[in-house]
Ligand binder design. Sequence first.
Ligand SMILES: [Zn+2]
Length: 308
Amino acid sequence: MSDISRRSFLGAIALAGATRYRAAAQAGGTRLVLLGTGGGPRPRKASSGSAQVIVSNGVAYVIDCGDGVARQLAFAGVPLATLRHVFITHHHSDHNADYGNLLLLAWTAGLSTRVDTWGPPPLERMTKLFFQMSASDIEARIANEGRVPLAPLVHVHELRAGGAVVSDGNMKVTSAIVHHPPLVPAFAYRFDARDRSIAISGDTSPSQNLVKLAAGADVLVHSVMYPAAIDRLVARVPNAAALKASILAHQTSAEDAGRVAQEAGVKTLVLSHFVPPDDPDVTDAMWLEAAKRYFRGVVILGRDLLEV
Ligand SMILES: [Zn+2]
């Protein structure tokens, strides 16, 4: 696709996203929008960094903050001022690079209410340092534009163990520790709204904790890799001699994601966080075929701005 047709394609997706948002907001159902579905931090044309949003009763719960998360929310038609909770699965940059930016840019877009953020240490320190780094902009906007101070809006919670995270009457959120060394702890999250349950794997090798967390959920969003393509991926990334071993040990193949989904008994498996994210030799059909090998429910191939 040329850059021009790609842009109009993205514009059409954004328009469709905004229309769907209005329709679903009127219907009142809990929505899941995949904001970024590529695995790995390298910026790409084809997909943004890892991020999802769940919107329930007008409240936005963002899970992971990869590159571009704030702009993807704008494309999805989710008002940034409705941001209420941010959950970080682990501190790899493809999941947290825009964590601070999301808070700052949502504030510039009108956010003036409390936001709770949740994730492994050192989330507290990261938040504090980000506000220090951005102090000149924040202070200028408070002084010149009459905005409420940003830092007091943000309440940080560091998670060290799996279990109950937060329950706000609208959504019950639970976490489980998954296996993604050396990032310890790394979390998967489950969101139970009145009408839907959604589990998000974060990055992990095949995880029994995730099977338990996702048990019986309507939707499981699982990160996936295609092992046969990892050599080609590694060849394109200089300066990362141990990348192949790291990927193979700490990620889940699409086939194993199907096994996890089957064992958890979920209705729908959504493939996301594709590793590699942009290898033309791994076709949509290949991802789907691998995931369906052991899973008898519905498999959806994740795409940026796809609403599930
Ligand atoms: Zn990771």
